[in-house]
Write a protein that binds this ligand. Structure first.
Ligand code: AMP
Length: 402
């Protein structure tokens, strides 16, 4: 089913007002598919990645249900629980929930580790309608008696596959075990590995299934190019590309944390404002790097795959895959940092000869053959290092993926 307006989906007036405030005029495909099922109280499995509008797809119906039932939330109790794997994603979901519930009288809170717990404990003490939480801190606070989950009527598990990757599945199961049986449950995941499918079976009751394929993100809004380049020449290529001011807000992906640090340092030395973001950095350092990138003070953010999901920075002009990921799905998540919310974006892949099989896997998954970038943006000036030759070195016989 598709629907061309939010009011036709059956959303109430205070939500329609917030949607208008946010400038969302048309539901995205996941919203058009999921919202009617959720308003009808069904459980749901959503196969969708960040960038598809999935946050509003689950938040809007939950907010509507909570507002219909005006019971006051008792101290330390929670009515809707949203679990997210990272602090960044939790904050982002919380911001959306706040924005979408601006015209409703609901109390929302977000909790995550790595920061003092007192303000979180105080927020919980008053009772919370929507709580967005990372699993570890939630378990801590449950153990201390600062929060009770016996009044939860709605549960969302966001980025379930990421929870699994990060080793949180056990924590999630412990939390779910404390919830009342009678509830509406939603699980979102970009991919459906066996363990996540099993979790969905255990956690949900006769769920509806809605799916938005990543191709929608990659094909429609993002121009994709590949540079065939020798590994040692990748940095010179990047610096050359960065001479074009059109690359004004760029996310560069490397495979390792060490590689991200080194490249950010090298770019900074070459006079490009750059910072690195990855799991080894403290929460505060990550938050600072992200804030300065969002504000436009830092032009290039060098990131590992941890950053590739859940982060929503508007107006990323270019994504550079400095090294190709081993998992082709990661490529889709990486380039999804640009071309967001209907904007167009450009993605470059730097492919050295050892990465040909990763490139082939990406093209198979996305069903897109990346355009081979024929030449650098401009010829090198006198005294500059010439750019590496850039040409399609793949065998002519390679068949286009079906
Ligand atoms: P999400 O997948 O929830 O992270 O959403 C991706 C981006 O799309 C966010 O910047 C949202 O603010 C934006 N967004 C969500 N729904 C809509 C909509 N219906 N119209 C336009 N933008 C939207």
């Amino acid at each position: 089913m598709t629907s061309s307006s939010f009011s036709a989906l059956g959303l109430a007036e205070p939500l329609l007002r917030s949607l208008a405030d946010a400038g969302y005029s048309t539901p995205t495909p996941i919203q058009a598919k999921a919202i009617p099922h959720l308003l009808d109280d069904h459980d749901l499995v959503g196969i969708a990645q960040t960038g598809t509008g999935k946050t509003a797809a689950f938040a809007l119906p939950i907010l509507q249900h909570l507002a219909e039932d005006l019971e006051r939330t008792p101290s330390k109790c929670v009515r809707a629980l949203i679990l997210a794997p990272t602090r960044e994603l939790a904050l982002q979901i919380f911001d959306s929930v706040q924005k979408l519930s601006a015209h409703m009288k609901l109390r929302n809170a977000v909790i995550f580790g790595g920061v003092g717990q007192n303000p979180q404990v105080q927020a919980l003490a008053r009772g919370v309608d929507v709580l967005v939480a990372t699993p570890g801190r939630l378990l801590d606070l449950m153990g201390q008696g600062a929060v009770r989950l016996d009044r939860v009527t709605h549960l969302v598990l966001d980025e379930a596959d990421r929870m699994l990757d990060m080793g949180f599945i056990h924590d999630v199961k412990r939390i779910v075990g404390k919830l009342p049986e009678q509830r509406q449950s939603l699980l979102f995941s970009a991919t459906m590995p066996k363990e996540v499918a099993k979790l969905a079976r255990d956690m949900l009751w006769e769920p509806m299934r809605v799916e938005v394929t990543p191709e929608i993100v990659t094909v429609e809004a993002i121009e994709q190019h590949v540079f065939h380049v020798q590994a040692p020449q990748k940095r010179a290529l990047l610096e050359q590309l960065l001479k074009d001011p059109k690359l004004s807000r760029v996310v560069v992906f490397t495979r390792t944390k060490h590689g991200a640090n080194r490249l950010a340092g090298q770019l900074a030395k070459a006079g490009v404002s750059a910072d690195a973001i990855h799991g080894n950095k403290s929460q505060n350092a990550r938050q600072k790097a992200l804030a300065s990138f969002k504000a436009g003070d830092c032009r290039v953010l060098v990131a590992t795959d941890l950053f590739a999901r859940g982060i929503d920075v508007a107006e990323v002009t270019h994504v550079v895959n400095f090294e190709l990921p081993n998992e082709p799905e990661s490529y889709v998540h990486r380039i999804g940092r640009t071309g967001r919310a209907g904007r167009t974006g450009i993605a470059y892949a730097f492919c050295d000869p050892s990465e040909r099989s990763q490139l082939a896997a990406i093209e198979r998954l996305t069903r897109v053959r990346l355009a081979v970038a024929g030449s650098p943006i401009r010829a090198p000036q006198e005294g500059e290092h010439p750019l590496p030759p850039v040409r399609d070195q793949r065998p002519q016989s390679r068949r286009r993926a079906a």
